[in-house]
Design a binder for this molecule. Structure first.
Ligand SMILES: Nc1ncnc2c1ncn2[C@@H]1O[C@H](COP(=O)(O)OP(=O)(O)OP(=O)(O)O)[C@@H](O)[C@H]1O
Ligand SMILES: [Mg+2]
Length: 224
């Protein structure tokens, strides 16, 4: 077993409602250099686990760490500079009028250099094959384009790690293949990722480690 995990969960438990545990005393060490898949049936706690790994939810018991630092002592901005998080329904988060504005919005608020930002936006529009819709409203994009825009919007912050919750929702076979190629390219660029999914045919093209959860517990954990 390798040493320090990129993300570590120690004796982690979580309940939304008292005495209704969703995550049960879970221990997990996630490494940055292998693509980790989290699988499990509907309602098994995958999204909850992803949000605990990202610090969006606070554990009821136990701790979550990023690079050995307790997440509860980090701000969401600090976590966000290390990890990009794709929500299960990302289109709910779009708010700009145009795709190119959506991409640059948060970075502009943060006061990034405009020339640098424009270069990054161009690069991401190209990489994600969104150049033809750059002037469109994000809300009018196809499902696949929305999903690619959501991932591109995360990458503009240059996170070193991604947690993707059901990235293939609403994608057809062709769009899934496109997403597989894209994610492989990101891995080649040194970005690590955890992919939450119940889409086996998609995930098996990518993962190096697979973790199955059921009723908030790890029931299977294998590397290939
Ligand atoms: N905000 C909430 N308040 C109360 N219960 C919740 C909340 N969010 C999720 N749950 C419950 O927690 C359990 C786990 O939900 P979660 O969304 O983590 O599952 P999941 O594995 O991601 O499911 P899916 O495959 O459908 O996305 C479910 O029983 C769900 O009803
Ligand atoms: Mg889910």
């Amino acid at each position: 077993m390798k040493g320090l995990g990129f993300i570590e969960l120690r004796d982690l438990s979580f309940e939304y409602k008292k005495d209704r545990p969703i995550i049960n005393n879970l221990n997990l060490k996630i490494q940055k250099d292998e693509i980790t898949a989290i699988l499990g049936p509907n309602g098994s706690g995958k999204t909850t686990l992803g949000k605990l790994m990202m610090g969006i939810l606070k554990p009821t018991e136990g701790q979550a760490f990023i690079l050995n630092k307790d997440i509860s002592e980090m701000t969401l901005a600090q976590i966000g500079s290390k990890i990009g998080y794709l929500f299960q329904n990302p289109e709910k988060q779009f708010f700009a009028n145009r795709v190119e504005e959506e991409l640059g919005f948060v970075s502009r608020l943060k006061g990034y250099d405009e020339d640098y930002l424009e270069d990054r936006i161009e690069g991401l529009l190209r990489l994600f094959q969104l150049e033809h819709v750059r002037k469109s409203s994000p809300l009018l994009l196809s499902q696949g384009e929305k999903q690619r825009l959501a991932i591109a919007t995360i990458l503009i912050n240059e996170p070193k790690y991604l947690i993707l919750d059901e990235p293939t929702t609403g994608l057809d076979g062709e769009r899934k293949r496109l997403l597989v190629d894209l994610l492989k390219e990101l891995v080649d660029r040194g970005i690590g990722m955890t992919i939450i999914s119940h889409d086996h045919s998609f995930i098996k093209q990518l993962f190096q480690r697979v973790i199955r959860i059921y009723r908030g517990e790890v029931i299977y954990d294998q590397r290939i």
